[in-house]
Design a protein around this ligand. Structure first.
Ligand SMILES: *Cc1c(COP(=O)(O)O)cnc(C)c1O
Length: 366
């Protein structure tokens, strides 16, 4: 590929000295599980997210699972999830024995449509789980208001939204608890798995801290059946080295998104929209085309790497056959899965490369 979808080693090469120093600091320290590196990262991450607390975890899926456990979502309960999301959002709900109840997106934002949530709430609904998909904040205010009315919790899946703002304030503590992934391809990613929650609720932070460590606050005293899901100190050190650069990386993503928005305005593709209450961080730049297959094939011929996020919605996966949700009952999720295509975007993509992508699209649509 002349222009790969995303070059994961580019961030390492940009910050090689800082990252090598950070990793070596952990290796020399003799402290390889939890400890000061994780604690300092938690403080820095909470501050970045404008939240009171952060707890470092093993990965983003665990962040969602432990958030649900901390809120005592139990077997038989229901959790409202977007029909259009990465399957991890649903898997977390299933992992605690609860049932994911899908709600269709607003086609303009591709995020959960707040206007459709009320109809999906039942007496068993324990939580609302909006996702800030592609780095675009979901419309939180109506969701938070509904949750207050019904006295249910809001858990945000922010695995794609590091640094995004909703009505001027960072994603990080609008809902009860906000879940993060530091998977390598995320806007802030380690060199391996990692995750976290942020929250303004001390009770939830405290409970998740206990759950991540075998259900133990004090060594050999186990209050509940917890898990082992702790952010690795080497990953924490890498994340600390990268965090000061995150805002400038987001700025570059914004420039690329703006270039795509201008350059592709007359391409016939459906482009992502930016609602005036949102400052997205462009984890992905996702266009839509009914002729997606041909577009992707010919971009590939032009040397442009693209990916599909996501080709099969969760309700149409074998894993969720048990729910018996007919494919056509969630037509928007199904349609989006057939039309979306993610163009190259990332902090190390140059603007001249973005312009080459635009030229390649026009060669195709001519
Ligand atoms: C990446 C991702 C997750 C899961 O994070 P992992 O760290 O890979 O477990 C969950 N939800 C969404 C929307 C994601 O993009």
């Amino acid at each position: 590929m002349t222009i790969p979808f995303l070059d994961l080693s580019a961030a390492y090469h940009e910050l090689k000295t800082e990252i090598d120093t950070a990793v070596n600091r952990v290796l020399e320290s003799g402290w390889y599980v939890l400890g000061p590196e994780v604690e300092i990262f938690e403080t820095e991450w909470a501050a970045f997210c404008e939240a009171d607390h952060a707890v470092g975890l093993g990965n983003g899926l665990d962040a969602l699972v432990l958030a649900l456990r901390a809120l005592e979502v139990l077997p038989g309960d229901e959790v409202i999830v977007p029909s259009n999301t990465y399957i991890a959002t649903w898997l977390a709900v299933s992992a605690v024995g609860a049932t994911p109840v899908p709600v269709e997106p607003d086609p303009a934002t591709q995020n959960i449509d707040p206007g459709r949530i009320a109809a999906a709430i039942t007496s068993r609904t324990k939580a609302l789980l909006p996702v800030h998909l592609y780095g675009q904040p979901a419309d939180l205010d109506p969701i938070l208001e509904l949750a207050r009315d019904k006295e249910i919790a809001v858990i945000e899946d922010a695995a794609q939204a590091h640094g995004a703002r909703y009505k001027g304030r960072r994603i990080g503590a609008h809902g009860d608890v906000v879940c993060w992934s530091f998977y390598p391809g995320k806007n802030l990613g380690g060199f391996g798995d990692g995750g976290a929650v942020t929250t303004n609720r001390a009770d939830l932070a405290d409970r998740i801290r206990m759950l991540r460590n075998y259900g133990s606050r004090e060594k050999y005293v186990n209050e509940v059946k917890g898990v082992n899901s702790r952010l690795d100190p080497i990953q924490a050190a890498v994340l600390r080295a990268k965090l000061p650069h995150l805002d400038s990386w987001t700025e570059r993503r914004r420039e690329i998104a703006a270039a795509y928005g201008q350059g592709l305005a007359d391409s016939g593709l459906i482009l992502p929209q930016e609602p005036n209450w949102a400052e997205p961080v462009w984890h992905l730049y996702v266009v839509r085309s009914p002729a997606r297959g041909a577009l992707q094939a010919r971009l590939k011929t032009a040397g442009v790497g693209t990916l599909i996020h996501y080709p099969v919605p969760p309700h149409m996966q074998d894993a969720y056959a048990e729910l018996g949700i007919p494919a056509e009952s969630l037509p928007l999720a199904r349609q989006l899965a057939g039309e979306v295509l993610s163009l190259p975007i990332g902090p190390q993509l140059r603007l001249d490369e973005a312009h080459k992508v635009i030229q390649a699209v026009f060669k195709i649509t001519e």
